[in-house]
Design a binder for this molecule. Structure first.
Ligand code: PMP
Length: 449
């Protein structure tokens, strides 16, 4: 079979995610035959470095022997059982380990099978908690401008990217939006910390006005990933935690993208440090192998649901594949790898290599900023650097980099005018060098007219 064969079959029956399918009249769709380490290989034998971890899921490379073996062993035991009324060893072990690793106080695990659903669970649980406490007036959520929390209607409603949200506006919950602490817009000479602190004041005012009707504030700690990899200082999270306590509002940390070491610490919240009332995890949870997600919460919130059945306070939410044993075994194997190797320590060196290699892009006349949090590095292209005028989105400059990089055997899927790296942790310094070299040439090509 060649790329061409599979491509034709694909385009006659599939509808791909997050894609204007007409683009594929000119943009090649790439059928992948296998993956190994950081490499993906197509049906013509061409290899691509997966510099974005296949939508930020993969942590230790494709087809990792240890994770493969764990899933195979689990497959021989139990592929799946419903989690209502039943339990199994991988889900219990995984929950014990997550509770031990998560910020203090997150002692209960509720599973689902994708990130958006983990967010839905947090929103519904928070709302329901307040109801169980007799606080029926609490019905709203606060979110940050430029945030993203998934595509199902509840998760979409608490996101704030018009590209994904606007069309569905009439269907969505009415959320309260605070300005983003995103440091891209800080004036010259102002530090990330000063800017994030200053931005917090509006959040405080919003909570002061609306706390009575607000269930929770939801944030992506430190990096708004789908929101163009915009970043902010951990002080914002400390201030937010303190304010949520003061105003009697829950804090939901969506660590679906930033969890499992992406920002340098195992969880981004540790850098503040704060313990949220809910923490959503998915993506890297299974090392990038299986659809699995979890919403962690506190014993105190759990207790507000715990009562006689007739009280009707139970959380009657479920998904068929909740806590799937194969997914849990992949997750346990992923946590083993974190235990067996000094992953976060090694990543410090890899992150420094990424920045050193990308640094000179700061001087590029059409690069507004090179920014980094741990293993996430982003380069923002701009039309006019002095006036900070962005390229019109219709020009799709990022897409030009994407095309060039693919030709060169590197997968760099941009977010608008932002090119970023979020590689698997098994990438070598040489491979980082190659990826950044391709990014530099791609940016040169994409900005030359
Ligand atoms: N929250 C964040 C921060 C995400 O980045 C994503 C996915 N990109 C989601 C939620 C949704 O996860 P999923 O795609 O698994 O539904």
């Amino acid at each position: 079979m060649s790329n061409q064969d599979l491509l034709q079959r694909d385009l006659s029956v599939l509808w791909h995610p997050c894609t204007q399918m007409k683009d594929h009249e000119t943009l090649p769709l790439i059928p992948i035959k296998r993956g190994k380490g950081v490499y993906l290989e197509d049906f013509n034998g061409k290899q691509y470095i997966d510099a974005i971890s296949s939508w930020w899921v993969n942590l230790f490379g494709h087809s990792h022997p240890y994770i493969n073996q764990a899933i195979t062993a689990q497959l021989d035991q139990l592929e799946h059982v419903m989690l209502a009324g039943f339990s199994h060893e991988p889900v219990v072990t995984l929950s014990e380990r997550l509770v031990a690793l998560a910020p203090d106080g997150l002692d209960r695990c509720f599973f689902a099978d994708n990130g958006s659903c983990a967010v839905e669970v947090a929103l519904k649980m928070s709302f329901h908690y307040w109801r169980n406490c007799g606080r029926n007036e609490k019905t709203r959520f606060v979110t940050l401008d430029n945030s993203y929390h998934g595509e199902t209607l509840g998760a979409l409603a608490v996101g704030n990217l018009s590209l994904y949200r606007e069309t569905y506006g009439p269907l969505l919950l009415d959320t309260l939006v605070a300005p983003s602490p995103d440091c891209f817009y800080r004036p010259p000479g102002v530090s990330w910390e000063e800017y994030s602190r200053e931005r917090f004041m509006e959040m405080d005012h919003l909570l002061a006005r609306h706390a009575d009707e607000v269930c929770a504030v939801i944030v992506e700690p430190l990096v708004q990933c789908a929101g163009y990899m915009r970043m902010y200082h951990p002080v914002y999270l400390s201030l937010l935690r303190e304010a949520c306590d003061r105003y009697g509002v829950h804090l939901i940390a969506d660590e679906i993208a930033v969890g499992f070491g992406r920002t340098g610490t195992l969880f981004a919240c540790e850098q503040a440090p704060v313990s949220p009332d809910f923490m959503c995890l998915s993506k890297g949870l299974t090392g990038g192998y299986m659809p699995l997600s979890v919403t962690l919460t506190t014993e105190q919130i759990y207790r507000a649901f715990y009562n006689d059945y007739e009280s009707m306070t139970a959380f009657l939410h479920s998904h068929s594949y909740t806590g799937n044993p194969l997914g849990c075994s992949a997750a346990n194997a992923t946590l083993d790898l974190f235990q067996q190797q000094p992953v976060l320590e090694n990543n410090v060196t890899l992150a420094a290599t990424m920045m050193t290699a990308a640094q000179e892009l700061n001087e590029h006349p059409h690069v507004a900023e090179v920014r980094q949090q741990g293993m996430i590095l982003a380069v923002e292209m701009i039309k006019d650097k002095q006036r900070r005028e962005p390229y019109p989105w219709q020009e799709r400059r990022g897409l030009r980099v994407y095309r060039y990089a693919l030709e060169q055997g590197v997968l760099l899927r941009p977010l608008g005018n932002v090119i970023y790296l979020m590689p698997p942790y098994v990438i070598t310094p040489e491979e980082i060098g190659r990826v950044i070299d391709v990014a530099k040439k791609g940016i040169a090509i994409a900005t030359r007219d």
